[in-house]
Design a protein around this ligand. Structure first.
Ligand code: ZN
Length: 488
């Protein structure tokens, strides 16, 4: 039987506010000294009263406006009661039945596939709550430590409808959401730092069946790779169970990123029974009285899917290249600045070259060498100069790539490098021919092979000649000259 996976995502996001959700403690995720950003309110001492952080409400509404949510006039906070050591109050202030935003949708706009790009994932709701403290388990395993700095940090929770079908779709949704959150200035959304955390609900049902199968929840997904892999693993695991005629157990599972498997954490019998009731210490919210919605809408920046469309239209680059730029604002800035500094004559051929060099070579080196943008010294002026020289055929693409490797770290003047190292493409045919003659003389075996029909030895001969000329020639032209020379 064929099964259809049905998935829903829950994403928690720490909001970028100056202070915590209900008190004036600093919201600083870089503070590493435990229990320094705390006060009687976020520690839940008796007799203390919370106050709503207006900025946090505003940030969630901005997300809602960007994804087209309905924003109800009335919203309220509730207490979600459960006992856990990282929860100082014994309950979490959250929103139960009256969230700040209802509905909305996010397209999988970061896909390289045009069809998937058009797919909208519907959003169920977006609400606001507070984060919990952090438990630390020292290696001696004799004790557990608690850091309450995180307790009370404003946390946005976004829940999708169960409309996702694959690990890839879930990953694209999470990636697209992260870029949106950064663009809106709502959160740094760094998954490694736990500023954005994903959970997935996943069930399988026989194709053509309407009702949903047994739901399994997978937690602790703290990278995009984990989101995709955990889902793919669960789909396979649950398919195998169903195919054996067995039943999937309703449970919560964790993700082991090293073994790349999910594992059982707790089953339904041990599941929490949260008793929600309205938070008596906080007034209901009327967001239309609190905010000027006209102003909020006007303040929204260009949204990332608009940026992508504009890039494709303005610069005539491919979707794949645009996706990379949309996800990296520093790369985007370098791209735009470099294009603006190109010689007008070479704008048309130079622009896709810049996109290509930037998204494959520069970002490739950045990742390989583990560099930050601050480590990349290349200026837009010098980068444009390199592309001008390539587009005008003053240098070969091989030389351009060699120079690029140099100037990423040094930003040494491109003109100077070409001049001092003699890298200008050799246009004097007599130099090319004398070099080719030398290579032919030194490689009699290759020449023989070529004459016997092994035409790929030509590549070898071109390579040898290019090396001798320090890359300062056009490989296509060399190939043509070598062929002529051998076959007479
Ligand atoms: Zn506090």
């Amino acid at each position: 039987m064929e099964y259809e996976p049905i998935l829903g995502l829950e994403v928690h996001v720490e909001l970028k506010t100056k202070s915590k959700m209900f008190c004036s403690c600093s919201n600083d995720s870089n503070e590493h000294h435990p229990n320094t950003l705390i006060c009687p309110i976020c520690l839940g001492h008796p007799g203390t009263l919370p106050t709503i952080n207006k900025k946090a409400v505003e940030l969630v509404i901005k997300v809602g406006l960007a994804v087209g949510s309905q924003i109800p006039e009335f919203s309220k906070f509730d207490r979600k009661n459960y006992f856990y050591p990282d929860l100082p109050k014994g309950y979490q202030i959250s929103q139960y039945d009256e969230p700040l935003c209802k509905g909305g949708q996010l397209f999988l706009y970061l896909s390289d596939d045009d069809k998937l790009n058009q797919r909208a994932i519907e959003i169920e709701r977006i609400h606001l709550e507070e984060d919990t403290g952090k438990l630390i388990h020292p290696e001696d395993k004799k004790s557990t430590l608690i850091d309450f700095n995180r307790a009370g940090i404003p946390l946005m929770e976004l829940v999708t409808k169960p409309v996702i079908h694959t690990g890839k779709e879930a990953r694209l949704f999470a990636q697209g959401l992260q870029v949106l959150l950064k663009t809106l200035g709502v959160s740094e959304a760094d998954m490694e730092k736990g500023q954005m955390r994903c959970e997935v609900n996943i069930s399988l049902r026989p194709k053509n069946q309407k009702e949903l199968g047994t739901k399994v929840e997978v937690k602790n997904l703290n990278s995009f790779k984990a989101v995709e892999k955990a889902i793919d693993f669960e789909i396979k695991r649950q398919t195998e169970i169903l195919e054996k005629g067995e039943k999937v157990i309703q449970e919560t599972r964790g993700w082991d990123p090293i073994k790349e498997i999910t594992y059982s954490q707790r089953t339904k019998e041990e599941a929490q029974d949260y008793r929600y009731f309205p938070e008596p210490d906080l007034p209901p919210l009327n967001v239309y009285k609190l905010f000027d919605f006209k102003k909020l809408k006007a303040e929204l920046p260009e949204l990332p899917w608009q940026t992508k469309q504009n890039l494709i239209q303005t610069y005539n680059i491919l979707s794949q290249g645009a996706n990379i730029l949309v996800q990296d604002d520093k790369a985007l800035l370098l791209f735009k600045e470099t294009v603006s500094k190109l010689d007008p004559e070479y704008k048309k051929i130079g622009t896709p070259l810049i996109n290509n060099y930037l998204t494959t070579d520069i970002l490739g080196i950045k990742e390989k060498e583990g560099l930050d943008w601050e480590d990349i010294k290349l200026s837009s002026d010098n980068f444009a100069q390199l592309i001008n020289n390539l587009a005008s055929e003053k240098i070969s693409s091989r030389v351009a790539k060699d120079i690029l490797l140099d100037i990423i770290h040094s930003n040494q003047d491109v003109e100077e490098i070409i001049k001092t190292k003699g890298l200008e493409k050799i246009k004097d045919e007599s130099i090319l021919i004398s070099t080719i003659e030398e290579i032919i003389k030194n490689n009699p075996k290759a020449i023989e092979d070529y004459k016997k029909g092994k035409t790929n030895t030509l590549q070898f001969l071109v390579g040898q000649t290019m090396a001798k000329l320090k890359g300062a020639a056009d490989p296509q032209e060399l190939g043509k000259l070598i062929r002529e020379k051998i076959t007479g």
